[in-house]
Design a protein around this ligand. Structure first.
Ligand SMILES: Cc1ncc(COP(=O)(O)O)c(C=O)c1O
Length: 448
């Protein structure tokens, strides 16, 4: 089954800029997930010209329906009129001052109203640094050093120290990360635990009794937590008098406005929100119960741009718009429809692919008989989607601008991409069909 003739697709303009960047910017992009080598190099766009709603135009003039939503931050849509008007108004009043602005208090009031664990609030600009603030507060409050974690929490020393003395981050971040530049003296200060395994967490707490400052975890990704799991973590944290931190940098605002903690009814002591909080303007918040947050006023946690009012104005406008547009219902409907259509075309084409997980944040899984084919299939999917005007890989984030037109185009394109994959698998022609390098074990190459 071969697909219809394709219009020519070129990203030559992107590739020219990429060549310039190779001499100037180590790693090319600042976020790993945006690296061109993580996509289909030669087919995926690298440099954007502009974006609006759920669409991106690249420097070559190609238009794409984008499902990545900037890897999470875009929740209302690119260049959202309401948020951008609030930002422009703030810019006209000044972005950051020698003093502060009332909007910082208004945003705190809104976060406290929306998020179950929030009684007090601190701000930052990125998710990783906000996690670092939360861990600092937990260490400061408890007077203990050790950290138990589950999930991805940024690039900082406290977290990457997990890989000192042996690979521990493989299942949480990526395999093969060498903790280059992380002080060796941090070895043993941070330990991972398996999601869903309460016995393992309990064992770690017992083995490190009296030494653990906090448990920090992503409470959920695409799958619902096992029955009673988060309640069990909460109970263990309380029993061992350990601060419980939910990292809601990626889970926040899509499944429920108050995060996974609102959705599941399990309330942590501290939580971290970033990314979607401000629809594309740098902003993050650490929120938590008064007894844990108040002592932070005596800790040295301070940065000039954390009082910047552009991110604060954007966050305030974003949170109000999410409520006004009933975004949570939109994601539920959109996700249900997206899953149904992807699964229908997979069935029609006869490819072993399934869209799984909660409607607000599902993922696509391919099943291949030979594990060596997994990377090829995933890259072929990105390649075939990109050349047809779709930015879609197996992981993605919804936004409020994703509409019926985006869904219809996606259904058509994914059907064609699945057909190419099915053909490659059935005829053993994956290598021939793949016209770019496989997305691969990136870190190992980078750290050399
Ligand atoms: C759960 C989680 N924590 C922390 C981070 C780091 O956030 P940032 O990239 O804004 O530093 C991310 C980013 O993807 C994340 O998903």
């Amino acid at each position: 089954m071969t697909t219809k003739a394709l219009a020519p697709h070129s990203v030559d303009g992107s590739l020219d800029i990429y060549k310039r960047a190779q001499h100037l910017i180590p790693g090319i992009t600042q976020l790993l997930s945006r690296r061109p080598s993580r996509a289909a190099l030669g087919f995926s766009p690298i440099y954007a010209e502009r974006a609006k709603g759920c669409r991106i135009w690249d420097v070559d003039g190609n238009e794409y329906v984008d499902w990545m939503s900037a890897v999470g931050p875009i929740i209302l849509g690119y260049a959202d009129d309401v948020v951008d008007a609030a930002v422009k108004e703030q810019i006209d009043r000044g972005s950051v001052y020698s003093i502060v602005h009332e909007t910082s208090v208004e945003l705190a009031e809104e976060l406290v109203r929306l998020i179950p664990s929030a009684e007090m609030v601190r701000y930052a600009k990125g998710g990783g640094e906000a996690c670092t603030v939360a861990v600092r507060i937990a260490r400061g409050v408890s007077g203990r050093d050790r950290v138990l974690f589950c999930g991805y929490h940024g690039w900082h020393d406290w977290y990457l120290a997990a890989n000192l003395g042996g690979e521990k981050l493989g299942g949480h971040l990526l395999p093969g990360i060498e903790p280059i530049g992380v002080p060796a003296c941090l070895e043993g200060t941070v330990m991972p635990f398996e999601y869903g395994d309460l016995n393992m967490l309990e064992d770690l707490l017992k083995q490190n009794e009296g030494e653990v400052a906090c448990i920090i975890m992503e409470p959920m990704r695409t799958e619902l937590p096992p029955e009673g799991y988060l309640e069990g973590v909460r109970e263990l944290a309380s029993r061992h008098e350990v601060v419980l931190i939910f990292d809601e940098v990626s889970s926040g605002f899509r499944i429920a406005l108050g995060g996974v903690q609102e959705f599941t009814g399990v309330t942590p002591d501290l939580s971290v929100f970033a990314k979607a909080i401000s629809n594309g303007y740098p902003m993050a918040a650490v929120v938590g119960k008064r007894e844990f947050m108040e002592p932070a006023s005596r800790m040295f946690i301070s940065s000039a741009y954390w009082d910047d009012n552009v991110g604060i104005a954007a966050a305030l406008a974003t949170l109000k718009e999410l409520q006004r547009r009933d975004a949570v219902s939109h994601f539920e409907r959109l996700g249900g429809e997206f899953k149904a259509r992807i699964n229908k075309v997979a069935g029609d084409v006869g490819v072993q692919a399934e869209c799984v997980g909660v409607a607000a944040h599902p993922g696509i899984r391919f099943q291949v008989d030979d594990p060596a084919d997994a990377g090829k299939v995933a890259t072929l999917f990105i390649q075939e989607n990109a050349r047809r005007g779709l930015i879609l890989s197996t992981g993605f984030f919804f936004n409020c601008a994703h509409d019926e037109a985006a869904l219809a185009k996606t259904e058509e394109v994914v059907g064609e991409s699945f057909a190419v994959i099915a053909e490659g698998l059935a005829q053993g022609r994956l290598d021939e069909l793949l016209e770019c390098e496989i997305q691969e074990d990136l870190f190992r190459r980078l750290v050399r």
